[in-house]
Design a binder for this molecule. Structure first.
Ligand SMILES: [Zn+2]
Ligand SMILES: [Zn+2]
Length: 330
């Protein structure tokens, strides 16, 4: 099978992925074999390929937003031809304290698709059968792919923030995840206030129904019930906190923050305001979000790349040159 393979991480301009002909992937015990129909390109892939995330394997096929068709290892629930999605969490140990207490997103020994095991920048991929998600009819492969990481995590962020229908919600930053989250919020009848840099992101937020759009440093004109931050910036977290009513919650959707600047506890956090982080996702998040995405006809903007141009796809993500999400079609 054809695949984009990483052996030595490096800057994407130096084309660290090479296109190779490999033996076809095989379904191991408890796995299904998928013919890959589409694979979304996530910013985390960029961090893996450029080596900001330490390598876990000598040779790796990246990609963790896989839409595939079952061609092997079929089960009664996942027959041959079933269309499924695979996300970043490719498995958990099922045994640790977190797995046993309904926090599988915090598992001590998770498997990461396209990082600790091979992913979807290939014609075929194997995945744990209990960690694939059957896709609702209404979602086509191309538009479902970007939902599988950015979409699910954005959805989880809304839950971590405790969003209730009709509330006033701030989105700080407006990239891949936020532009999907806003559509979920709108379907819940929420008023959405978007603080983001850049005219194009601001314009997109407006076109998707934001109540108010401003730059990252301008405070929304009303007190917010909830806020979600997407930028890897502690300054933005403090700005979000400063926009909350008493009892409000900031959910931080970022794996890494530079630092959180000193802030005034009496004025910003007292009054039972909360700061929470968002980590990974559970299978329940994925199933509920995908069902909802089909119901509200959530269709992310996509730009496609053939497998041979996997390096170019990553370079486009890095340079913010993609309108919406990048998707590889093998
Ligand atoms: Zn676990
Ligand atoms: Zn991702």
């Amino acid at each position: 099978m054809k695949a984009a393979v990483l052996t030595t991480p490096g800057k994407v301009v130096d084309r660290p992925l090479h296109i190779a002909e490999l033996p076809k992937a095989e379904a191991g015990a408890g796995q299904v074999l998928l013919r890959v129909l589409a694979c979304g390109v996530c910013r985390t892939d960029l961090h893996i390929v450029e080596g900001e995330l330490a390598p876990r394997r000598e040779s790796l096929i990246p990609g963790h937003q896989i839409v595939g068709e079952v061609v092997g290892g079929a089960t009664p629930e996942l027959p041959i031809g079933a269309r499924v999605g695979v996300s970043w969490i490719g498995g958990t140990d099922g045994e640790c304290w977190y797995c046993r207490h309904n926090f599988e997103n915090l598992c001590d020994a998770p498997t990461f698709t396209g990082y600790s095991v091979n992913g979807g920048y290939a014609e075929f991929a194997a995945a744990r059968a209990d960690f694939v998600f059957p896709l609702p009819e209404g979602l086509d492969a191309l538009h479902a792919a970007p939902l599988l990481c950015a979409g699910i995590i954005g959805f989880r962020s809304l839950r971590v923030a405790g969003v209730e229908p009709g509330e006033r919600v701030g989105l700080f930053g407006f990239g891949a995840s936020a532009h999907l989250a806003i559509e979920v919020l709108r379907s819940w009848g929420c008023e959405v206030y978007v603080s983001t840099r850049g005219a194009s992101h601001q314009k997109l937020a407006e076109s998707l129904g934001a109540q108010w759009v401003g730059s990252e440093v301008v405070r929304p004109p009303v007190e917010l019930d909830r806020a979600i931050t997407f930028a890897p910036s502690g300054t933005v977290v403090v700005a979000a906190l400063a926009s909350l009513r008493k009892g409000g919650v900031v959910a931080i959707n970022a794996i890494h923050l530079d630092r959180i600047p000193e802030f005034d506890y009496d004025r910003l956090l007292w009054g039972e305001r909360q700061i929470r982080s968002v980590t990974n996702m559970t299978r329940a998040d994925a199933r509920e979000f995908l069902t909802m995405a089909a119901q509200i006809d959530l269709r992310p903007k996509v730009t496609t790349f053939p497998l041979e141009q996997a390096n170019e796809a990553l370079a486009a993500i890095k340079g913010d040159a993609v309108d919406g999400a990048a998707v590889i079609i093998p």
